[in-house]
Design a binder for this molecule. Structure first.
Ligand SMILES: Nc1ncnc2c1ncn2[C@@H]1O[C@H](COP(=O)(O)OP(=O)(O)O)[C@@H](O)[C@H]1O
Ligand SMILES: [Mg+2]
Length: 866
């Protein structure tokens, strides 16, 4: 137990699984927790002293299953193995913690989703700067970046890491907020000095064996290096140094990507739907026809990081176009891709010394499948594809041969089973195997021989663990047993014997067997290490395979769903002919989706106000416009007949009254927070999609805010983003006359008597009627209720409650600056006719002395009090 205590001290925050024979045992508090989480019986063990220790164990062969359950429960687990077979006489077996597993450092397929990365994020905050490093141990990905500290939560929520690593001090201050904002993620702290800049820099240099980080473009990072150093230390510690597959540190250039905040990603339903968090009905669901796991992960990444550089976008589009145009070669390439496994994760397991024989053969097969893919790529001219072939798919015949010559074609998964090293690979192994199997043949023959010699027809040769090989004779035949049989064991109906000769052979067989297994294990370890040395070209190949997979997938989707190549440029125009929503069109029966034209242009038609009743298709048009722009910048064809996209630097989407109850903020406050974020961060290159903003509060409040926001987006220089504003406040249509770059649109409905039909067609001009009652009727409300609602509506409409007078946007310019939400539209109030107000209006402040002003004020106040 002293040994146990020592390991536990080294890993206080982990559940320690302590190997004892065929079990992994847990003790003390760990045992209590483990027994609860795993449904084990909690027993106790007398430690030779008076106190009893709580204890719970799992059988060693079921480790993976139990491990998965602990990790899913958000625990960290340290695995302590026996490093030598228990020997008689020697009391304490040498043990070592061979691996620490945490949610951010899992490697096993049971715990990983093939189609998404498993991120460990390290953060280091200094002043207003945030250093961030993102790693995926299962693929070898490692990136660093520097951001504004204010964006920390936003970024974390977007990346959705399995585990976040931070200095102790930060953890102490932020633990509670972390738990509230990032449920399901583990927060781990390590000592602050791991994040020290010099320490971190040296650790990185040493790991990558480079003189400086210039080659990675990371030499000028400061807090980014601190974060990366922290992550590297943690991974090395957890994996006991076996992280050779982390071969480079990439610099993440956030400015070269379209920004998509979390709310926007959700609202556009990129990877999960808003309603049920499903994958069907999302953009990823429509696009994911990838053939390989690394392709699926890359597609996901591309979707969350669209490009902003026209040249890079066009390079992708060129490749997609070539795949679209040559169906035969596309099919050929995709057929080859289907035979390629998860090379990235296989290689990572190999480098972490976790791969078994079957996984090495899987890598070999994948590498073999790259050969025909490379051949097919010869047919292509697009730059990205040429580069993928010439630079990204090096000749790995030597590696393929190495594995193929060493391992059997269809080896067992367990290393301990033996029988995976190919015959002919190693002379001594072959000899040992021959002795062992020759021995087994000899034993088999022995039975026949002895039967003949003794005349006992039922004599059997058998084997068990306790006694080894034996000869069994039934009680009935005891009189025929020869003298040289030595009795070993008595059973109910039989006696078991051995002979000296039998024991000689036994020693030979078992000795050879054991030595063969040891030798196989050593040979395999050596092979795995040698294969690990190929990490760089294999990772490069995996990356190219992923790229080719995604590009061909985008082409496949474009081809089967009739997408068109968008024209992408640096204008501030978006011009879409017959655009469709990629996911909604698939949910509707063929041909039922109504395509729409839409033009928006920062210089002329900057803000499109889209009115229309509920269910007419407003939100769909907003989303489809966002998705078309996003797809174009990902380098994909788009669901339209024609599309021209001026590059968007950032898409903002806000949906009125979206729920965020989980965080306990009122929906309206959330809505306003989000709106303020747009007003503060939008640029003329942004695309703003406002869906029913202002819905979360009373009508007048909401209307005023919506009105003022429109004015602000229209007038504030530096901002003026392209904006689509869907609203049921038909009062806002008046803005078209007041603001030159606001244009009214509506989604057409056809009135037929008392009811309406949705045409889903976007047409110029506002809609002056909300059709709420008609929609209620469609929803099946009782007829009397509908009639009563009409009556109330008529009465309300007779009192003029609408916004009347003109707002004065020009005032913004006069004041030189503009406050948020100001100036609001002047809402017609009765008090406007009050004599005091006209007096105030006529007052010339410039000619007033302070005393005169005070006197006036005093007079008014008294008049009011009367
Ligand atoms: N262009 C379209 N063609 C066919 N059906 C559509 C179209 N746009 C929307 N719909 C259908 O109408 C429903 C409501 O659309 P939505 O955009 O949510 O309306 P709104 O935001 O105006 O309330 C969608 O679920 C979809 O089934
Ligand atoms: Mg809507």
């Amino acid at each position: 137990m002293e040994q146990y205590a020592r390991f536990k001290e080294q890993h206080p925050d982990a559940i320690l699984l302590f190997r004892m024979g065929d079990f992994y045992e847990t003790f003390y508090d760990d045992a209590v927790v483990a027994s609860q989480l795993l449904g084990l019986t909690l027993t106790s063990r007398n430690n030779g002293r008076a106190d009893r220790i709580p204890l719970a164990g799992v059988p060693h062969h079921a480790l993976d299953t139990y491990l998965a359950r602990l990790i899913r429960a958000g625990k960290k687990v340290a695995i302590c193995e026996q490093m030598e077979p228990p020997q008689k006489g020697k009391k304490v077996v040498r043990r070592e913690v061979v691996q620490v597993v945490s949610p951010g450092t899992v490697m096993s397929d049971d715990l990983l989703d093939q189609k998404r990365n498993n991120y460990l994020v390290g953060i280091f905050v200094s002043g207003d700067q945030l250093g961030m490093a993102t790693a995926d141990l299962s693929t070898g990905m490692f990136r660093a970046s520097e951001r504004a500290a204010d964006d920390l939560w936003e970024i974390l929520e977007r990346v959705a890491p399995a585990e976040v690593l931070a200095p102790k001090a930060w953890v102490n201050d932020n633990e509670a907020e972390f738990a509230a904002r990032m449920p399901g993620a583990l927060l781990t702290h390590i000592e602050d000095w791991h994040f020290g800049q010099h320490y971190a820099y040296d650790a990185l240099r040493e790991h990558f064996k480079v003189a400086s980080l210039k080659g990675f473009g990371c030499d000028d990072l400061t807090v980014g290096i601190c974060a990366a150093g922290g992550v590297l230390c943690y991974l090395r510690e957890n994996q006991k140094g076996a992280v050779s597959h982390i071969t480079r540190l990439a610099r993440e250039h956030t400015e070269s990507m379209m920004e998509l905040d979390l709310v926007t990603q959700r609202n556009l339903e990129l990877v999960t739907t808003i309603q049920e968090g499903r994958r069907e009905g999302t953009l990823f669901g429509v696009l994911d026809q990838t053939c390989t796991p690394q392709g699926a992960r890359t597609l996901r990444t591309w979707l969350s990081q669209p490009l902003v550089d026209v040249g890079r976008i066009d390079a992708r589009l060129d490749a997609v176009q070539e795949f679209v145009e040559s169906a035969a070669h596309r099919d050929e390439a995709r057929e080859a891709l289907r035979h390629i496994g998860d090379m990235e994760r296989l290689m990572s397991r190999i480098c972490c010394n976790r791969a078994n024989p079957r996984e090495l053969v899987a890598l070999q097969r994948s590498l073999e499948a790259v050969v025909p893919l490379r051949e097919t790529l010869r047919e292509f001219r697009a730059d990205l594809l040429v580069r993928a072939r010439d630079q990204g798919m090096p000749d790995l015949t030597e590696l393929i041969d190495l594995i193929a010559h060493t391992l059997e074609d269809d080896p067992p998964a367990q290393i301990s089973d033996g029988g995976y090293i190919r015959t002919g690979y190693h002379k001594e192994l072959d000899e040992l195997r021959e002795i062992a199997s020759g021995g087994r043949d000899w034993v088999a023959n022995l039975q026949a021989e002895e039967r003949e010699k003794t005349g006992i027809a039922s004599l059997k040769v058998g084997y068990n663990k306790a006694f080894g090989y034996y000869i069994e004779v039934t009680k009935a035949n005891q009189d025929k047993v020869p003298a040289y049989f030595v009795r070993k064991q008595t059973l109910v109906n039989a006696e078991r014997y051995i002979t000296p000769e039998l024991k000689d052979w036994e020693a030979k067989i078992l000795g050879a067997d054991e030595r063969a297994r040891d030798l196989e294990r050593d040979l395999f370890a050596a092979l795995r290490e040698e294969v690990a040395g190929w990490v760089e070209p294999v990772q490069r190949t995996a990356l190219s395979v992923a790229t080719v997979d995604v590009l061909s997938t985008l082409a496949e989707v474009a081809f089967s769903n009739d997408y068109v190549r968008p024209q992408v440029d640096n204008s501030v125009r978006i011009d879409v002919k017959d655009g469709r929503h990629p996911a909604v069109e698939q949910l509707l029966p063929g041909g039922q989706f109504v395509p729409n034209d839409l033009t928006i242009d920062g210089e002329k038609d900057q803000i499109l106000l889209i009115t229309g009743p509920n269910m007419s298709g407003k939100s769909t048009i907003l989303r489809q416009t966002g998705l078309i722009a996003l797809l174009a910048q990902v380098g994909s064809f788009v669901p339209a007949r024609e599309a021209r996209i001026g590059v968007v630097d950032r898409i903002f989407t806000r949906v009125g009254a979206s729920d965020n109850l989980a965080r306990g903020e009122s929906t309206f406050l959330v809505e306003m927070n989000e709106a303020a974020n747009i007003l503060n961060n939008a640029t003329p290159k942004s695309l703003v999609l406002l869906d029913e903003i202002g819905r979360g509060t009373s009508t007048f409040d909401g209307l005023s805010i919506a009105w003022a926001m429109t004015e602000y987006l229209h007038n504030a220089e530096q901002i003026q983003p392209r904006t689509l504003f869907a609203t049921h406040y038909h009062e806002l249509t008046e803005l078209e006359d007041l603001l030159p770059r606001v244009v009214n649109y509506s989604v057409a409905v056809r009135e037929a008597g008392d009811t309406i039909a949705f045409l889903h067609k976007l047409v110029p001009g506002g809609c002056d009627h909300s059709y709420g009652i008609e929609v209620a009727r469609l929803a099946g409300m009782p007829a009397e209720m509908i009639a009563r609602a009409k009556e109330i509506l008529n009465r309300l409409e007779q009192n003029d409650l609408s916004v009347g007078s003109k707002p004065q946007p020009d005032r913004v310019k006069e004041n030189g600056q503009m406050a948020l939400f100001a100036p609001v539209a002047e809402v017609k109030v009765e008090r406007e006719d009050h004599p005091m107000l006209s007096e105030l209006r006529d007052l010339d402040i410039a000619r007033l002395t302070p005393v005169e002003a005070l006197v006036k004020l005093d007079a008014w106040k008294r008049a009011l009090e009367e």
